[in-house]
Every structure is written in structure tokens, then in C-alpha cells.
Design a protein around this ligand. Sequence first.
Ligand code: ADP
Ligand code: MG
Length: 245
Amino acid sequence: MTDALVDIRDAHKTYETGSVAVRAVRGVSCRIDRGEFVAITGASGSGKSTFMHLLGCLDRLTSGTYHLERRDVGRLNRRELAALRNRRIGFVFQSFNLLSRTSIVDNVALPLTYQGVGRRERRRRATEMLERVGLADRLHHHSNQLSGGQQQRVAVARALVTRAPLILADEPTGNLDSTTSQEIMNLFTSLNRDEQVCIVVVTHESEIAAYAARHIVFKDGLIVTDEPTADKGAADASREAVLAS
Ligand code: ADP
Ligand code: MG
């Protein structure tokens, strides 16, 4: 047993669809420590989303083991898994997944209602997170009154409001233009640096992957490379220069 945040060993996930079995993840082992910033890339169909579903405890491994903060996820029942997801993992999706006719402060507070946090405290913490993502002046707007980039900021705030140590983002910039994508990745960068939250981002764009410190590549349901991001220092320096100008 290790003290890794994520410790996944020889994970397999096979989907049984009618007569065919799709081996989406075929023997993946991976450790991710607290506070890491990881990008996952790979061709469409290579198993990235399936792997993220396993990491997020949204689906169970067909075989292999998964420990999240030393807890053996495979031994948890549905109720325990739901509680683990709510408290320890934040999710950010390509399509934002916000409630459209609910104020953004209530969208962000939602994960706290499942924890039984009182209304006043929920509002306080949701407001604090919305300030953190630069939306303090939009608290009572509905999400359908916001731009895509603003909606994704709300989703990031919602993912962080429980102080979960692990944020999983599957193609978080897939519906955003390149400037807005950079803003979201800069936000992830500062949250990773300042709050020590571990962020795992799936993307098909190398410019997006370059924000992370570690780059994992999937191919045919397997990890084929896992290494520090190439020229991360140079990418950071050029971004700092842009931000400073
Ligand atoms: P990626 O996110 O890299 O594009 P996925 O993890 O979504 O890849 O898919 C990996 C493989 O598993 C693909 O062949 C896909 O068709 C298949 N797959 C994904 N989800 C399901 C599912 N719920 N049922 C059956 N097959 C699936
Ligand atoms: Mg996918």
C-alpha cells in the first residue's frame, strides 16, 4: 500500500454489449500523487473517458484494483461510492452540466446539499468559490445567461466547493474557443498551484496538454507513455510573458 492519491493496478474495463465485448481498458497501472497536474491524451476510442469513469468511481473495474486515498474502491457499496464521489472528487465536463434555471450560486452549492451543509454556509462557500473563479458579480444569474467560458468557470467552482483533493475534467475545453480555453487552463494551473488540488484533464489538443506537468498517452486501452510534459518550462515562461504584457 502506498500513500498515493490514486493507485490503480492492472485495471481492465470490458463493456459487454450484446454479443461483442469491448475491451476499453486492458491492463492499466498508474499512481497519481496529491497535488499533481496530469494531462491524458490519445486517439478517439483509446479508452480515455473509460479510464476517467473508473478514476471517478462512476464505473467499476472489470478486474484489477483501485485505491483512492488508500481506500479499496472495489470493496465499497453503491452508497459508499456515492459519498466518496461527492466528498473526494470534483467533476468538470465538456458540456458544463449546470442546472439552467438555477442561480449559479445554487449550482455551485449543490454538492454541499448532499453533505447536509446548512443553507447559509452553503451560500458562503459557494460565493467564496465563485469569487475564486472570477464570477463574484454574477452570483444570481442563471447559467443560461452566461457565456460558455463563464459556465465552465461555474462548473470548476462547483467541482472545488467540497475541497475535494481530486478534480477530473474530460475535454473541459472541448466546447470553448481557444482564448477561453486558455483562460480555463490558466485557472486550473493557479488552482493546482495555490490549493494543491490534483487535476487530471483529458484533451485531444497538445496545447492544452502542455499546461500539465505530466502527460499520459493512451492507445488501444493502454498507457503507452507517461512522462513529464515536454518543454513545460518554456510553455510556462511564454504564458507568464503574455500575462505580464
Ligand atoms: P475515448 O474517450 O478515448 O474516446 P472511450 O473510453 O470513450 O474512448 O471508449 C473506448 C472504447 O470503449 C471505444 O471502443 C468505445 O466505443 C467503447 N465504449 C465506451 N463506452 C462504452 C459503453 N458504455 N458501452 C460500450 N462500449 C463503450
Ligand atoms: Mg472520451
